[in-house]
Design a protein around this ligand. Structure first.
Ligand code: COA
Length: 565
């Protein structure tokens, strides 16, 4: 079947549905919601069986929904309507929420129901909820809706006939609804308000007398102070007292000042660093090591999976310590939401010389990748429970084994960021895994891959089902079994021997130097594409067109074959 995605952007949910439906054998093309006339043109060119709107901020033009079956993915239970579905669900403390696939008609989110799925909710950030439970539920609901459409005969259910629909129409959540009353709100309420606005739009507030938006909050147990007072710095975050405790705010977007984009609080308010005490040395913020049964587990939970120069260096130091332990295996666990998304583009954008900071950051990433590849004391595993993109994927490929959770989406390419060449020793690791021809097409196609595809292609070595908690349990079980293998020593010896052999054919340094020569051109050369793309990405510039590799309906004569694995 031919499915046209009409979407605000190719975000994580849209990518996951793209991966799933392509795997199910459908042909998917994508058009960004730029203008009604562009949408109409896309539908006319592609003649889709279904138009699917996975992430849309405006209504579908009636010329399109009247002539095509248009399905809208709404992140709410049946009957819920409005643009702030998850925000209200989190603020109201719902314990069960859902995703509904509706047929588009004249009233937004009020069309007939094709499919719906529910999930339970705890205390989560909106961004995390969206990337995990909402994405899983949407994947199931969309697949059911498509099967129902294909089977024919299914009549989507009018909302008013849905039994016991408890959803309601709710307005756009405004900053007035999000406002924190620092004197009156307890920690739980403050967290709910900030979580309901993470990663967009944040809660408008004030820090150090400057207006800003707050993100990335967590409770700070065992701390308290006069309600609303700033207590000190912890890692990158600033700790603020609530009525009955304290929260740490990790990220802020300032409204004044030159950098009006999300940054770690300690960077956004660097001039206020001296004004508050350092509560403890959480310099290695987000990095955690644990050990069991001969296996070391290194966690690195960096906001949005972005790895700054300092974070890479801290991670490398932690990795070296892990290598010095009497264990047999090291598992790189990544973070809760992402495994890694490569160099920290926001910090680069904020640097006095973005070119210099890009250069420092990529060297620090490369140091980490090289250290992993050169490890002969341990077997190394990357456990990808969350998504990974660009350099983050190639950091994972530096390990001996890549185990991916079935629901993750990988973007093993760099070119979307202004034709960036990429480093992290990908020219060594990728062809070694998939062969030179396939490596070239992966880089060229710039498409997301699901874990099962990655396994088939040789990018991953295992695809493990389940949510994050069960994935991590299974990873620990498998890692422990590996560590108990009696032939572990032989495996290590073979690994060391292979590394030596490959080093004698072409030293790692040569791969690294060649990649960095290209990166130097990207950062310092006359072509500003990377700097422009990074600026647009960090400032969340609206798309003016759909990238050509996504809108296959615009391929001239539609003769270009996409290779699915
Ligand atoms: N540096 C800083 N922030 C990053 C980042 C990076 N490398 N990668 C992602 N983010 C941020 C996004 O800006 C977004 O921020 P928000 O919380 O303010 O919305 C958030 O992480 C989630 O990213 P988003 O693009 O919405 O996630 P996604 O799952 O839809 O898409 C990617 C994933 C990997 C395709 C996309 O984030 C991406 O292209 N990232 C850049 C990767 C890159 O080029 N790295 C540099 C080369 S190594």
């Amino acid at each position: 079947m031919r499915i046209l995605f009409l979407t605000h952007s190719f975000n994580s949910l849209t990518q996951r549905l793209f991966v799933d439906l392509t795997q199910d054998g459908h042909e998917v093309s994508i058009e960004f919601d730029i203008a009604d006339s562009v949408t109409e043109e896309a539908a006319a060119l592609y003649q889709p069986d279904i138009v699917l709107a996975p992430f849309l901020k405006r209504a579908i033009p009636d010329t399109v929904w009247r002539n095509h079956v248009c399905m809208v993915v709404h992140p709410g239970i049946v009957g819920d309507r409005g643009p702030s579905a998850l925000d209200w669900a989190i603020q109201r403390g719902e314990s069960e929420w859902g995703v509904t696939v509706l047929q588009a008609d004249a009233v937004m989110d009020a069309g007939n129901v094709w499919a719906t799925e529910t999930f339970s909710m705890g205390v989560e950030k909106k961004s995390s909820l969206y990337r995990n439970q909402v994405t899983e539920a949407a994947s199931k609901a969309v697949r059911s809706a498509v099967v129902r459409y294909l089977d024919g005969g299914f009549q989507p259910c009018p909302l008013e006939q849905w039994p016991n629909a408890r959803g309601e129409e709710r307005p756009l959540m405004r900053q007035a609804d999000r406002k924190i009353n620092w004197e009156a709100d307890d920690t739980h309420t403050v967290l709910r308000k900030i979580h309901a606005a993470d990663g967009f739009p944040g809660v408008r507030d004030e820090l150090f007398g400057s207006p800003c938006f707050l993100f990335d909050a967590r409770a700070e147990p065992d701390r308290a102070g006069s309600a609303g007072a700033l207590l000190g710095w912890r890692g990158h975050g600033v700790v603020r007292a609530t009525r009955d405790g304290a929260v740490r705010i990790g990220q802020v977007r300032r409204i004044d000042g030159e950098h009006a984009f999300k940054l770690p609080a300690s960077i956004a308010f660097a001039s206020a660093l001296e004004s508050l005490p350092l509560l403890d040395d959480a310099g290695a913020d987000g990095i955690r090591y644990e050990e069991a049964d001969g296996v070391g587990y290194l966690y690195f939970d960096f906001y949005n999976g972005a790895m700054s120069t300092a974070q890479c260096r801290q991670l490398l130091a932690a990795y070296r310590k892990a290598c010095a332990r009497q264990t047999r295996i090291i598992v790189l666990m990544g973070g809760e939401d992402f495994w890694s998304n490569g160099i920290h583009l926001n910090l680069i954008e904020a640097a006095s010389s973005p070119a210099d900071e890009s250069w420092e950051n990529i060297q620090a990433m490369d140091d980490m990748a090289e250290a992993i590849i050169r490890t002969t004391s341990h077997l190394t595993i990357a456990a990808l429970g969350g998504n990974a993109g660009a350099g983050g994927v190639f950091l994972a490929l530096a390990t001996d084994r890549v185990w991916a959770r079935q629901g993750v989406v990988l973007n093993p390419h760099y070119k979307n960021m202004g034709n960036l060449y990429g480093s992290e020793l990908w020219t060594y690791t990728l062809p070694k895994r998939v062969g030179a021809t396939r490596a070239e097409s992966i880089m060229h196609n710039r498409l997301p891959l699901g874990a099962a595809q990655a396994l088939r292609m040789g990018i991953a070595d295992a695809c493990i089902e389940g949510d994050m908690a069960s994935f991590r349990m299974e990873v620990k079980k498998r890692a422990m079994e590996l560590s108990l293998m009696p032939d572990h020593g032989e495996h290590l010896a073979a690994k060391a021997e292979m590394r030596q052999r490959e080093e004698s054919i072409k030293p790692l340094l040569l791969y690294r130097e060649a990649e960095l020569a290209e990166m130097r051109r990207n950062f310092y050369g006359f072509d500003p594409s990377y700097h422009y793309a990074r600026h647009q990405f960090v400032h969340k510039a609206l798309h003016a067109w759909t990238p050509r590799h996504l809108c296959r309906h615009r391929d001239i004569g539609r003769h270009i074959q996409r290779v699915n694995f």
